[in-house]
Design a protein around this ligand. Structure first.
Ligand code: 5GP
Length: 178
């Protein structure tokens, strides 16, 4: 067991309010689509955010998921990204919104953008719950919809883990060792 203290960073209420705003913004921007927007959640961290986000959206959507190798038990990016579970359907000619929990270095997002581009979607954008701009090595324009920009802290909760734990916290916290 990890011995430590969790300090609240954003409350559940603050998160829900921001997710509603993002859902409204996305729904407005895609309101003229002739077909459902394809939301692609990056497993596992984005699952909670995606579930809340899509329920506040007012346009038709389809959901799919992609699995990528994560930090494992580490709290730092290895810089190596690998697809561990692929999409269930082709995205050729579809409008795609990639949904991430957090853009840290941005290597995961960049890798997925390059990978998806070869599948020729009609359009592709990124929505992330959190962004750490200080660490990001990717073009800021790629990060289209952002819930919150945060400092360079290792956060947990609202889908994000520490060695697979704490994903189910309804708030966002910072873990510090005792
Ligand atoms: P990137 O490739 O942008 O460096 O990292 C993306 C992934 O690293 C995220 O999807 C997330 O799984 C993990 N990650 C990055 N920063 C944090 C953090 O502060 N807390 C947690 N729990 N995971 C993080």
């Amino acid at each position: 067991m990890d011995k430590g203290t969790i300090t609240e960073y954003f409350s559940a209420e603050k998160i829900q309010q921001r997710v509603r705003e993002l859902a409204e913004q996305i729904s407005n921007e895609y309101q003229d689509l002739k077909e459902p927007l394809v939301l692609i959640g990056v497993l596992k961290g984005s699952v909670i955010f995606l579930a809340d986000l899509c329920r506040h959206m007012t346009i038709p959507v389809e959901l799919d998921f992609i699995g990528v190798s994560s930090y494992g038990m580490e709290t730092k990016s290895s810089g190596v990204v690998q697809i561990t579970q692929d999409l269930s359907r082709p995205i050729h000619d579809r409008h795609v919104l990639l949904v991430e929990d957090i853009v840290d270095t941005g290597l995961t997002a960049q890798y997925l953008f390059e990978n998806f581009e070869s599948r020729k979607p009609a359009s592709m954008r990124l929505c992330t719950f959190l962004h750490k701009p200080a660490k990001s090595k990717i073009d800021a324009e790629l990060v289209h919809f952002v819930g919150f920009a945060i400092e360079d802290e290792f956060v947990i909760g609202y889908g994000m883990d520490l060695a697979e734990k704490y994903r189910n916290l309804p708030y966002l916290g910072v873990f510090s060792k005792n």
